[in-house]
Design a protein around this ligand. Structure first.
Ligand SMILES: Nc1nc2c(ncn2[C@@H]2O[C@H](COP(=O)(O)OP(=O)(O)OP(=O)(O)O)[C@@H](O)[C@H]2O)c(=O)[nH]1
Length: 300
């Protein structure tokens, strides 16, 4: 190993839906964080790792930083802020196709308070705008705060991703690799599986449901006597019986579809056949109840 090997942590922040998860997936090259067209689907700090001959970049994905409204919201924000002070570089994601608004300013203010960590502004979704619009957005971003770099990228079109990796890696300290064995993520498989199930649920439901759904994998293991079939027992939590009805659908149709979609995703991730037992439970107002939050994995 040469002396100059670099390794460290980067973290992407930004309003919900600005493309953080998609960008991380594109950099890592494998689907490790879930993405969805609905805001606020990422609740955990999932790490993806970019392995290069000269460096190892560990990317911490965060929930969209936003003004807290519920207890869950507050906890998400404290998670984000504690993450920020522990990383080597922060990527502040701002979409190219939306005017800079209050939400971005709110985050820029928070970032200005994180003194020690360099902040790079990443203008995402460049494929959606013309060159002129992009130039205007870059200028607007430069007026938003003091940034170590401002870089436009498109995760979808694969534009400027290598340059972004280079710039992020430049900010990492010299260090031996932090993860060995070539794994792309250090999230336990059960958490990834639960996230894939939640993604499948979110595909078909109304806009107000995302915040009300949590998924927990209770048990996961190879079926006895088989090395090609994985049994997964999972619970999906909703807040109210009416939401349960929406998720189940007419004659259970939606739930069946969700199960099939999730199963395919899990099979693709783990490379094995999967039997998925997915049940729904109503956990009344779990977002506002500290005990329930802890049970679902959201700690203080
Ligand atoms: N055209 C285009 N769309 C993109 C690009 N990156 C992300 N998107 C879309 O933007 C939406 C949001 O992307 P996500 O990656 O889930 O956003 P996020 O910031 O992680 O969202 P939260 O998890 O809610 O914080 C999805 O519909 C993506 O397909 C891009 O480079 N180009």
């Amino acid at each position: 190993m040469s002396d100059e090997f670099k390794a460290g942590f980067a973290c992407f922040v930004g309003r919900p839906n600005v493309g953080k998860s998609t960008l991380m997936n594109a950099l890592v090259g494998t689907k490790v964080a879930i993405t969805s067209s609905k805001p606020q689907t990422t609740r955990r700090t999932i790490r993806g790792i970019v392995h290069r001959p000269d460096a190892q970049l560990v990317i911490v994905d965060t929930p969209g930083l936003h003004r807290p409204r519920t207890l869950l919201g507050e906890r998400l924000d404290s998670l984000v802020l504690s993450t920020l002070s522990e990383v080597d570089v922060i990527g502040f994601c701002i979409p190219a196709d939306e005017a800079i608004g209050k939400g971005d300013k709110f985050i820029a203010d928070k970032l200005a308070a994180v003194k020690r960590t360099p902040v790079m502004a990443i203008v995402t979704k460049c494929d959606l705008v013309s060159r002129e619009k992009l130039a205007e957005q870059l200028l607007a971003v430069s007026n938003l705060g003091e940034f170590a770099e401002i870089i436009p990228v498109s995760a979808k079109a694969g534009e400027q991703l290598d340059i972004l990796s280079d710039l992020l890696i430049k900010r990492l300290p010299e260090s031996p690799p932090l993860y060995v064995g070539g794994e792309l993520t250090d999230e336990p498989e059960q958490v990834l599986v639960a996230e894939l199930i939640r993604e499948a649920v979110l595909e078909g439901v109304r806009d107000e449901l995302p915040h009300s759904i949590a998924v927990v994998v209770e048990e996961m293991g190879l079926r006895e006597g088989r090395d090609d079939l994985l049994d997964i027992y999972a619970f999906m939590f909703v807040e109210r019986p009416s939401q349960k009805a929406i998720v189940i659908g007419r004659k259970g149709e939606r739930l069946r579809e969700v199960g099939t979609r999730a199963r395919h995703q899990i099979e693709a991730l783990l490379g094995t056949r999967v039997y998925l037992d997915l049940r729904i439970k109503v956990a009344k107002d779990w977002q506002r109840d500290p005990k329930q939050l802890r049970r679902l994995g959201f700690y203080d």
